[in-house]
Design a protein around this ligand. Structure first.
Ligand code: FE2
Length: 246
C-alpha cells in the first residue's frame, strides 16, 4: 500500500505554537530596491542576456541528402524537423530506461499492489522493445536526411530536462509502482502528442514514407498510453477500496 498513517511532521499543524511566528512577515526586512526585488533584477538580467539552448547541428556528411530534403520541402525548414527528430530519439531512449526501471520495480515489489492489478511483465517488456524500435527508427530517419543521430538537439536538451523529474520518480527505489505509473502516464501522454506532431511535420515536408512509419509508431504509443492509464487508475482505485475496508 502506498498510503499509511505515520510520523509525518511536514504540516504546519505539527507546531501550533510557532504558526503565528512563521506567518508573521517582518516589515523591516527590505525586499525591494527602487521598486524591484533583487531576485527580479537578477532574473531580468539573465532573461535579457541568455544565449539560446544550443543549436541544430549542420549535417557533417551527405550534404546532397540534406539538399534533397530542402528541395523536397520547398521552402520548409529542415532544421525544425531535425530538431524534433533528435528530441524524439532522446525521449525514446529514455523510454527504454523507464520501462526497464518499472519492470525491475515490479519484479522486486510483488506486494506493492493488490493482486488484481499486478502489471503483466510480458506487456511491459513488449512496450520496452517498441520504445527501442522507435529509437532505432528515428536514428534511421535522421541518417536518411543526412543528420547526425548522436548529436543532442536543443529540443532534446529541453525535453530531457523536463523528463528528468519523472525519471527520478520511477528510478527511486522508495516510490511505489502506483507512483511510478503516474510518472509514466505523464511520459506517455507527452510521447503520444509528440509522435502525432512528428507525423504532421513529416507530411508537411512531403516525406510520406516517414509519415507512415511515424503513424505506425503512434499507433503503438496509443496502446502504451491506454494501458498505463488503465493500470494507474486501477492501482489508485484498489488502494482506495482497500483503505475503505480497513
Ligand atoms: Fe511509449
Amino acid at each position: 500500500m502506498d498510503q499509511h498513517l505515520g510520523m509525518n511532521r511536514t504540516g504546519i499543524d505539527m507546531s501550533p505554537i510557532l504558526i503565528k511566528k512563521m506567518m508573521h512577515v517582518d516589515e523591516d526586512i527590505p525586499t525591494t530596491t527602487n521598486g524591484a526585488t533583487t531576485k527580479s533584477t537578477i532574473e531580468d538580467f539573465f532573461l535579457e542576456n541568455a544565449e539560446p539552448l544550443g543549436s541544430v547541428p549542420l549535417p557533417g556528411t551527405a550534404k546532397s541528402m540534406i539538399k534533397t530534403v530542402i528541395k523536397m520541402a520547398s521552402g520548409k525548414h529542415p532544421e525544425v524537423f531535425i530538431n524534433k527528430l533528435g528530441e524524439r530519439l532522446a525521449y525514446e531512449r529514455t523510454g527504454v530506461r523507464v520501462y526497464e526501471q518499472l519492470i525491475a520495480k515490479c519484479l522486486h515489489s510483488p506486494n506493492d499492489l493488490s493482486p488484481d492489478v499486478q502489471l503483466p511483465i510480458d506487456k511491459l517488456e513488449e512496450f520496452r522493445r517498441q520504445e527501442e524500435e522507435h529509437f532505432e527508427l528515428l536514428a534511421d530517419c535522421l541518417k536518411q536526411i543526412g543528420a547526425d543521430p548522436t548529436a543532442q538537439t536543443p529540443d532534446a536538451d529541453a525535453s530531457g530536462v523536463a523528463a528528468s523529474g519523472l525519471m527520478k520518480v520511477i528510478s527511486d527505489p522508495r516510490t511505489s509502482i502506483s507512483q511510478s505509473l503516474q510518472a509514466m502516464l505523464a511520459i506517455e501522454m507527452a510521447d503520444n502528442a509528440a509522435w502525432e506532431l512528428l507525423m504532421k511535420l513529416a507530411e508537411d515536408m512531403h516525406m510520406t514514407d516517414m509519415a507512415s512509419r511515424f503513424q505506425h509508431a503512434l499507433e503503438q504509443e496509443d496502446v502504451h498510453l491506454r494501458h498505463i492509464r488503465q493500470w494507474y487508475e486501477e492501482s489508485v482505485r484498489s488502494q482506495a477500496k482497500m483503505a475503505a475496508m480497513k
